[in-house]
Design a protein around this ligand. Structure first.
Ligand SMILES: *Cc1c(COP(=O)(O)O)cnc(C)c1O
Length: 447
């Protein structure tokens, strides 16, 4: 039996212990739950999650960055209910349905360049696998089989299936699973925290792009694609970089005939202040991967969008020239309806504009946070905020999570990085609570 704190009511306690017996939780050393209790959530409304004891927690990280408009949103709920009465799911090979067609058309309208062909999967990592396979297969079809390698940025994260993990740069993952992974070069990150003293984020990004060019000048003949997280490198600690890097990366990839895969799984749908991060420099990648916010965080859904030339390369009489890939739930109708409702909400509420005012408010009230002696590298991009906490506290992330709950906040630091990535519906009062609660949390953390 796990230890638990005495103030947890019995029903919560039972749910916790049953969960620990039967559920293997993700991204978790299960033994840690001998010390830290699980939080049994029974309902959600707006930015709030409610536990079995009636306590509420502000979902400051949008349930792992998926939620855009809060929990149990009436409009998205209604769309899913309506779809539920029509058709919940049908396989997408040989069949089609209105939600998947409408969603594809709307995504095509929204995306830059000629990214008009939508290939669906269920989660982010699967979208990455698809983009990598498609890029590789494209070069095969063009009699360039030697173009079979991928490169990504130092500190990039693209998911945890084997292909996605190969292009992910997280030391602990790589070391543990190295024998299963394909070799992948990671070119220097443009993250401005790596800049020399006195070097601007822009100059540093230009310097990082020069390293990319240097690498591709030598290795383009073997390289199928560069994959990157545009503007914000999320999972490795919310590293942020100057958009000039994206512009340079696009130019360099075009020059050296290497595909550019933009992994906007975390940053798409307004997170960075524009609908897509790529919009900030008006570039179009060859592949665009979307998931997380795509369905408003409701249902697992992802999509890879690609261009006419790539689609055309596979268009042939021979089966082997088709793209050889499928998932059972490809294009799930309920998930597509949730996505359509999400796109409606983005448009109807002029979310990109509204978020600018919210971000300005949060930046204004965050001044004491910036000034806090333990806070370093405070940074903001659109609806993402992050900073490092100067502490030697072992187990900082777990302790901070616990201290956050006591302040009614869901904070889940990435090592020493605390970040906010709230649902877009957060209001001023809730932002006050977020900032003030975080200040309290910092004061409970010892040096
Ligand atoms: C979350 C994430 C993924 C993986 O998505 P999953 O749905 O968790 O498989 C890939 N890339 C980025 C940038 C992500 O943030």
């Amino acid at each position: 039996m796990p230890n638990t704190t005495p103030d947890i009511p019995l029903s919560s306690f039972q749910l916790q212990s049953r969960s620990l017996e039967a559920v293997w939780h993700p991204c978790t050393q299960m033994k840690q739950h001998e010390i830290y209790p699980l939080v049994p959530i029974v309902s959600g409304k707006g930015v709030w999650l409610y536990d079995a004891a009636g306590e509420r927690y502000l979902d400051a990280i949008s349930s792992w960055w998926v939620n855009l408009f809060g929990h149990t949103h009436p409009y998205i709920n209604a769309a899913i209910r309506d779809q539920l009465e029509k058709i919940e799911h049908v396989m997408l090979a040989g069949f089609t349905h209105e939600p998947v067609v409408s969603l594809s058309e709307r995504l095509k309208q929204m995306a830059p360049g000629s990214l008009g062909h939508c290939f669906y999967a269920s989660d982010g990592a699967s979208a990455i696998e698809i983009a990598l396979k498609m890029s590789f297969h494209y070069w095969q079809l063009y009699d360039q089989p030697q173009k079979s390698r991928f490169i990504s940025l130092q500190n990039d994260y693209h998911g945890e299936t084997l292909g996605a993990l190969s292009v992910t740069d997280i030391a602990i993952f790589r070391e543990t699973y190295a024998p299963l992974l394909r070799q992948c070069a990671h070119v220097p990150t443009p993250d401005w925290r790596y800049a020399e003293a006195g070097e601007s984020p822009e100059s540093y990004a230009i310097r990082a792009a020069a390293s990319l060019e240097h690498y591709l000048a030598e290795n383009h003949a073997q390289t199928a694609a560069l994959i990157l997280e545009p503007l914000v490198q999320g999972a490795t600690g919310m590293g942020m970089y100057h958009p000039i890097y994206l512009q340079r990366a696009r130019e360099i990839c075009t020059q050296y005939q290497v595909h550019l895969i933009a992994d906007e799984i975390a940053v798409g749908f307004g997170r960075t202040g524009t609908l897509l991060a790529c919009n900030q420099v008006n570039i179009a990648p060859d592949f665009l991967c979307l998931s997380k916010g795509l369905s408003g965080g409701y249902l697992p859904l992802s999509v890879v969008m690609t261009t006419d030339p790539i689609f055309q390369a596979f268009y042939d009489d021979k089966t082997a020239r088709a793209f050889l890939h499928s998932h059972s739930h490809t294009g799930n109708a309920l998930a597509c309806r949730a996505a359509l409702a999400t796109l409606d909400l983005i448009e109807q509420n002029q979310v990109i504009e509204a978020n600018k005012a919210k971000a300005a408010y949060l930046n204004k009230i965050a001044v004491p946070l910036l000034a806090h002696p333990k806070v370093k590298n405070f940074r903001n991009c659109g609806m993402i905020w992050a900073f490092e906490v100067d502490t030697d506290e072992r187990d900082f992330a777990a302790k901070c999570f616990q201290a956050g709950l006591k302040q009614q906040l869901v904070l889940r630091p990435l090592e020493k990085t605390i970040y906010f990535m709230p649902p877009y519906i957060i209001n001023e009062q809730e932002m006050d609570l977020l900032v003030n609660g975080t200040l309290q949390v910092l004061d409970t953390i010892s040096n």
